[in-house]
Design a protein around this ligand. Sequence first.
Ligand SMILES: Cc1cc2nc3c(=O)[nH]c(=O)nc-3n(C[C@H](O)[C@H](O)[C@H](O)COP(=O)(O)OP(=O)(O)OC[C@H]3O[C@@H](n4cnc5c(N)ncnc54)[C@H](O)[C@@H]3O)c2cc1C
Length: 467
Amino acid sequence: MKTAPAREPVDASALRELRAIVGADHVRHADGDVTAYARDATPLFHARPDAVVHPASTEEVAAVLRLAGARSIPVVPRGAGSNLCSGTVPLAGGIVLVLTRLDRILEVSGDELLAVCQPGVTCAALADAAAARGLLYAPDPGSRSVATIGGTVATCAGGLRGLKYGVTRNYVLGTETVLATGEVIRTGGRLWKDVAGYDLTRLLTGSEGTLGVITEVTLALLPAPAAGGNGLAYFPGLADAGRAVAAIIAAGIVPATLEFLDAKCVEAVERFAGLGLRRDAGALLIFGDDGEPAAVARQLDRMAELCLAAGAIEATVAGRAAESEALLAARRCTLPALSRLGSITILEDAGVPRPQIPAMVGHIDAIAERYDLTIATFGHAGDGNLHPTCVVDAGDDEAVERAHLAFAEIFRTAMRLGGTITGEHGVGAAKLPYLAERLGTAQVDLLRRIKAAFDPAGVLNPGKVGS
Ligand SMILES: Cc1cc2nc3c(=O)[nH]c(=O)nc-3n(C[C@H](O)[C@H](O)[C@H](O)COP(=O)(O)OP(=O)(O)OC[C@H]3O[C@@H](n4cnc5c(N)ncnc54)[C@H](O)[C@@H]3O)c2cc1C
């Protein structure tokens, strides 16, 4: 069973109705105005929308969806467009519905440890508002300064703190969501304990704009940790770093940060940012923790010792907060650093069980060599989430084709090692070809039936999960 994709174009009368709903200034359809919305942060995928619509309220979103449903016009919800899986590329044309005007933080409650906000609020703005009240919004994607709460909920974004704090789904208490029919539902709420009915909040989290448009989110907050710090260790190779990761976890430490960069990433970061990293090592591990100051200092020293015992060439703990931030900056600038090596940077996302990381990176290197490609790998050593990143030149179609083949092998290798095709970026159109291999056909059919129950006309983000 497949949901039939909606494919009617946005004609002059639909444009008139859209203008009546959101105001003429908030509907764009001229080429120059919509081509920017043909792409997101995923290279290689693009498709021009017929119109770009910027609603400012739940009612406007509902009216747009009613119109789209009645006319079989595809609708692609979009936050900042920073996703890396082509989730907002309007493959069937239609309307790109941009949620960034819904950008208010409605409440930050210290009593209830929660925040209520609209979907267009950036992750960083929410984290800052929480921090100002001594609270922590834990999800921490590298794109936090631009990525919206709506987008991070819809992709179930992860980030640097996944091992200790979990990912976005661990913090979504409730949503207000507009269904494809224009009906508005409230899922979950403000309660930590609430098991009334199927858990639609979890289902919507990670649904990638295919089941509904999220117009409000209630998110759990935590008390902000009193202190935090980071350290780094250089290893001859990733196998040694893998041993250190295993030793840290076995010692009962759950670090707030445990990130690795292979030698190619370190070289690129150093050339890009000149942070003074050693270039003679095979792998770099950045470890960090937060909590009470004395406990943090103890854990960082212990992690440095465990790294040295596992074969690190050097392991140091940042002495000052600024040094500690610089270490995280090294990790956060990996993508821009790699981007300078070629005109197209294909940043991918695969996950393996933690002990398989060294083997997986070995396979990635072998695959890169076989396909004659530059693929550097960095990622979250704590949760097994890897980001193999390939740089190619835009004009080199043959190299792009080789990159596709190489990534197909990388995803299949991850699955063979007991892993997954995406740990945090989502499926979008980019990973859809591999979804049945990951989940099996019975489960993919079930996803399609769920999609059809939410979106009978197939208007929401066609060509993605559930299609
Ligand atoms: C430099 C860089 C670093 C990154 N680092 C990380 C990282 O550490 N961890 C991580 O997980 N990701 C990361 N990403 C990927 C990306 O930032 C995340 O996927 C993020 O969640 C996307 O948010 P967005 O607002 O840009 O959403 P968009 O890209 O606009 O949309 C993403 C998906 O959500 C849907 N959507 C958006 N808003 C809504 C809504 N209100 N209702 C329903 N559906 C909606 C869209 O249809 C689409 O399928 C990174 C990207 C970049 C470019």
